[in-house]
Design a protein around this ligand. Structure first.
Ligand SMILES: Nc1ncnc2c1ncn2[C@@H]1O[C@H](COP(=O)(O)OP(=O)(O)OP(=O)(O)O)[C@@H](O)[C@H]1O
Ligand SMILES: [Mg+2]
Length: 377
């Protein structure tokens, strides 16, 4: 946390050569700086009205005092424009004691899980939303959502009431998205019932279109080879170089994905890149749900040490096939060190036929055309 705000960090990164100056990003950074200033020390009591008239009165007073609590910000734009980079910078700088940054999809999964938990723990409860909102608001007065989007009718159904309750608890929301609020959940069943949520979102979040000139992610990937063979020390170093280049301006950290209440550890991540050892991905009993979560979450995945596969390590090979299907279907960009080129990865025998498709996908995933495709979340 810093007392100085967004702009000094943004400028320092430019000065250090970590990022290039971009006028649209600079304008967005100014907007984030304004919000940063308004939110200094922001720490509303998250409670809903206490029982009794004194409690209600006190709460009303507090809400009134905070009536002008600032709108959040909805950063929307094409891929690779720096939305997540700017939001992360803002989050890091935010001088807010209770703050949380989370991928929106994970937030919703957690919300559904808690919703059902509250129902289980309180049989007969008529509405789990208020206690759920209390829980979320007590953890964070500032919520930063990466990749805000709504595909799922189950999400669409709870979002309106949940966010209304969160805003009533003075939670401020900052989000990044590829979709403008007006286009959220467009053309999906039950859209009409979803429209009030869009109005609510626009009431509490200012929409800022980030029209940065370039797809910086794509640029960073330019000229990087995808497949390093054989997986020797030199290949390791080359993959290190790829990872460093893609994450140069960020702090690499470990993270975890929440998959149906389980945690999948992501040992190294930054800037939407995640790096794994082959054995951590395919040598342990992970399944399609885990690979799907990875594929939707990370636009770029690096894998160290893909070995030759054969009927002798069939489980690993099978998982690898499932993993590559998920990555391919979601247009994830893959960088790897491997014992052999895709066509030679699988030694003949049972399963070789299935592996042909994987090899062909791996080949395609190295092509310029594939690398230019948009990540599907
Ligand atoms: N001005 C810049 N100069 C250099 N690199 C940049 C700049 N802006 C962003 N980047 C880098 O480009 C990559 C993509 O940025 P970021 O992840 O923030 O894009 P995004 O808008 O969130 O994309 P998406 O919509 O796919 O989530 C990151 O590695 C980021 O650090
Ligand atoms: Mg992003």
């Amino acid at each position: 946390m810093t007392k100085a705000g967004v702009i000094p960090i943004y400028r320092a990164r430019i000065a250090a050569g970590e990022i290039e100056y971009d006028p649209a990003q600079a304008a967005a950074a100014e907007r984030l700086q304004d919000l940063w200033a308004k939110l200094r020390g922001y720490n509303p009591l998250p409670s809903r009205p206490a029982n009794g008239w004194v409690g209600r009165l006190l709460h009303r007073k507090q809400v009134d005092e905070l009536e002008d609590h600032p709108n959040g910000l909805y950063l929307v734009g094409e891929v690779g424009r720096g939305k997540s980079m700017l939001m992360d910078l803002f989050f890091e700088a935010a001088d807010v004691p209770r703050k949380r940054r989370i991928h929106f999809h994970e937030f919703m999964q957690e919300a559904h899980r808690r919703f059902h938990q509250i129902k289980r723990d309180n049989p007969g409860i008529s509405d789990p939303i208020p206690p759920l909102a209390d829980m979320i608001a007590s953890e964070a007065a500032l919520l930063c959502f990466d990749e805000f989007q709504v595909h799922d009718i189950v999400d669409a159904m709870i979002l309106g009431r949940l966010f209304e309750a969160l805003f009533a608890r003075l939670v401020v929301v900052v989000a990044t998205s590829n979709t403008t609020p007006n286009d959220l959940y467009k053309g999906k069943p039950g859209r009409d019932a979803f429209l009030p949520f869009i109005s609510l979102l626009k009431k509490h979040l200012d929409v800022l279109v980030l029209e940065a000139a370039r797809d910086y992610r794509r640029e960073r990937m330019q000229g990087l080879k995808a497949w390093y063979v054989p997986a020797n020390r030199q290949a390791d170093e080359e993959l290190d170089h790829v990872f460093n280049r893609l994450t140069a301006d960020a702090t690499v950290h470990s993270s975890s994905l929440d998959i149906a209440g389980r945690k999948l550890i992501v040992p190294l991540t930054a800037n939407g890149c995640a790096r794994f050892d082959f054995s951590a991905l395919c040598g342990v009993p992970l399944g399609p749900g885990d690979y799907l979560a990875l594929a939707t979450h990370y636009p770029i995945i690096l894998i160290d040490g893909i070995p030759r596969l054969s009927p002798d390590n069939f489980d690993e090979a099978r998982r690898f096939v499932t993993l590559i299907d998920a990555l391919y279907e979601h247009r994830v960009k893959l960088y790897a060190t491997a014992a052999a080129l895709p066509d030679d990865l699988y030694r003949s025998g049972e399963g070789a036929k299935i592996f042909e498709r994987t090899a062909s996908r791996l080949e395609e995933m190295q092509s310029e055309e594939y690398l230019a495709l948009r990540h599907l979340t």
